[in-house]
Design a protein around this ligand. Sequence first.
Ligand code: PLP
Length: 652
Amino acid sequence: METLSPCSRLFSSSSSASPSSFNGDFVPNNNIHPNTFSAWSHRRHRVITTIRVSAATPESRAFQHDTNVPSNPTGIPNRRLEEIRAVADGVGIGFVDKTSESATPTSCRDPLPLLKVSSESLQYESGYLGAISDKTSDPHSDTNGNGGPTNVSYLTSILSSKVYEVAIESPLQYAPKISQRSGVRILLKREDLQPVFSFKLRGAYNMMAKLPKEQLEKGVICSSAGNHAQGVALAAERLKCNAVIVMPVTTPEIKWKSVERLGATVVLIGDSYDEAQTYAKRRSEEEGRIFIPPFDHPDVIIGQGTIGMEIVHQNPGPLHAVFVPVGGGGLIAGIAAYMKQVRPEVRIIGVEPADANAMALSLYRGQRVMLDQVGGFADGVAVKVVGEETFRLCRELVDGIVLVSRDAICASIKDMFEEKRSILEPAGALALAGANAYCKYYGLKDETVVAITSGANMNFERLRLVTQLADVGAKREAVLATFLQEEHGSFKNFCQLVGPINITEFKYRYDIGKDKALVLYSVGVHKAEELIAMKGRLESSGLRTLDLTDNDLAKDHLRHLMGGRSNLENELLYRFVFPERPGALMKFLDAFSPRWNISLFHYRAQGDTGANVLVGIQVPKEDEEEFIGQAKTLRYEYKDERKNKAYRLLMH
Ligand SMILES: Cc1ncc(COP(=O)(O)O)c(C=O)c1O
C-alpha cells in the first residue's frame, strides 16, 4: 500500500462514491477523463470487431438458428431473434467497418454545466413508479446520435462478453417467504454470491479484458472505496496486469486490505472520493495507465448487461418487471440494453434511496443534474451525478424509478436474512425494497418479478443501525411521543391505554419546569389498524401523541438524547457530516469555539459514510451570519435542524 497521508482513524466507516466535486451552484460537466474518451473511441472500433468475432461464439450462433427451434442459448425467443437479426442485417453488423465514423462521446458535445439540485426537490410515495422520462427515441431503433455504441451493438457485445472468465452465472432464486407475504412471485438474482460479493467485477473485467496487450502492460488505475475497487483488483489479478486503486484515507481497513490481498497497489489519499478521483486521473495521465470508470463507459455497461442476458434465459416465462439498484446507472443501463431488445414487454425499474435520487431527478428533468448532498447509508449507490452514457440509455430504456427509505432498505436486509440467511449491504438490498414497495403500492398479484441483490460487502458496524431500523422499515415498529400530565397515576393510565401493544423502547425524564411530561417510546405493530386504534385511545383520553416513525433526526439522535431539553437561548441545531479522519473534530471546534458555547454534541458510530454529528451551539442573533459563513468555510456538509418538529418537541 502506498500511504500518501496518515491513516489512523477517528471513527470507523466507509466512503461514498460521488463522481465530481461540488462548489457553487453550477459545476463544469467534466467527470469523464480524456483517457476515457480515447478508450471509448478506441472501443468503438473494438465493439465492431467483437461483433465479427462473436459470430464464432456459441451464444451468437443463435443468430443463425432456425427460428422454428423453440429455445436457444441466449434465452431470446426465436421470433424476437429474427427481428434482431433483421435489424442487425439492416445496420450491417459484422460486415460494415464503422471505425472511420466519428465517435464523439456526448460529453464533448454537451458543454452545459450541471444544475445543482437537492434530493428533496423530487420526492414521491414509496412504491410509486416516478421519473418516467419522455422517450427520446424508439428503443428498438438502431440509431445513436451520440457516437457511442448502438442498441444492437450493446446486445451483441453482451452476448459475446468474456465476463465468465471471472464471474459466475449467479443463481436466480425463488424467495418463498417474501413471495407468500406479498402475493407476488419474487425471484432474487444473487449477484451477492459473486467472487468479490458484488456484480462490479463483470463491468471492470469486460473493459479490461478488451484492452490491447500493450495497454494492459502499462497497468490500470481506478478510484473507489467500494465494490468497484475489488472488481478492478480481481480483474487485474486474472489478467496479470498491474493495478493501482486509489481510495480516500477514510476507507475502512477491511476494504483496502481486501483489495491489497488481491495483489493491487492501494493508494490512500484525500478525505473524499472526489480527491481520490482527481489524483487517480492525474496519475493515469502521467503514467499512461487506463482509468477504469465505475459505471460510465460502454464496456463497463456491457459487462453489467450480462446479468440481463442471464435473467432472460433463466426465466423464459412471463415476467412483469426487473428491479435494479441505481447508483451511476451502469448496472441498470446494461440490463435494460439487453432486455429491451429481447424481452421489450418486461419493465426495467430502477430503485434509489429517497436521499440519493440522482437518476430519478435527471430523468424527471430530462438532463443530468448534480445532487447538492447525497445520503450515504447505501454507500454503493451514493452518487451525486449519474453517467452520461448511462443517462442516455436510461432515458431511452428505463420504465421509471421507485424511491425507498433507509428504513425500508433495512427491512429488506432483514427479509433476505430470514429468507436465505445472507446479509446484504444496503445497496445490495435496495432492489428488493423497491420491488416490495412497488408490488404493495400497485396491489400486484400473481405476477413474477426479479430483484437484483447486487452486493454483500456489509460494513459490520452498520448492522447495529440495520437491526434498529428493520422493524420500523417493515412497518412492524412505530416511534411515538406522547404528552402525559405530570401527576400521580398518569403513567399507569398511559400504560393501560397502550393496552396489549408491545412497548419495545421507552424514554422519559422528569422536567422540573413543565407541567406536562413527554415520553418517547417505540411499539411493535402487527397490523396497521392496531396502531391506529391505540393512537385513537390515547388522543380521546386527552393524551396528545405524535408519530415520529419517519423522522430520521428522532431515530438517529434525539431518542438517545432524551432528557437533554434545556430551553437555552439562541441555540442553533445543525447536523454536520464530518470526514472521518484525525483532526476533523479539532478543525470544527477551532472554527466555532471558544466564542460560541456548544450546548449539545451527539455522535453515534453507525458505519455510515462520514460521521453524522448533531451539534447544538449558542450563537447570539447578531452573530448568526458569521456562524453560517464559518460553517461554509469548513466544507463539511450540514443541515439546519431548528425547524425539525422532533427537535422542538424533545429538546427545546
Ligand atoms: C452493491 C451495489 N449495488 C448497486 C450499485 C449501483 O451500480 P451503478 O453505479 O452501476 O448504478 C453499486 C455500485 O457500485 C453497488 O456496489
